[in-house]
Write a new protein. Structure first.
Length: 119
């Protein structure tokens, strides 16, 4: 796995952002990339970009990834993961969802099963 990513432990690893407007999603440190991955913000190269939001790498007029900008910022593997993260034109709200359930709702049962299987 690339060093530019990290996953959170315990129940937090089951949550991810459903990308809508991207106004409230930080570019670094938030699980918004496909499979709930996050861009690591501990890389000194990205320190000047720590304030950016996901919206800053999206062409807001067409709601598509700003591909040239992303290619200039990140390595090819990271770029591919970002570009494979879907942008749904009808989703207009950023929402933290529980990725283990199809309906996106948090379930204590799923957390318990995940905890038991991981341990």
């Amino acid at each position: 796995m690339e060093k530019h990513f990290y996953r959170k432990n315990s129940y937090e690893k089951g949550a991810r952002w459903r990308v809508g407007t991207c106004i409230s999603i930080p570019l670094f440190g938030a699980p918004w990339i496909a499979n709930g991955m996050s861009l690591a913000y501990d890389n000194p190269t990205f320190a000047p970009l720590a304030h950016l939001k996901v919206k800053d790498i999206i062409d807001q007029s067409d709601k598509v990834w700003n591909t040239p900008f992303i290619f200039n910022l990140f390595d090819p593997n990271t770029t591919q993961l970002i570009l494979s993260t879907p942008l749904h034109p009808l989703v207009d709200e950023d929402k933290l969802i529980w990725k283990a359930e199809k309906n996106g709702m948090y379930s204590v049962c799923v957390v318990h099963i995940d905890f038991v299987l991981v341990r």
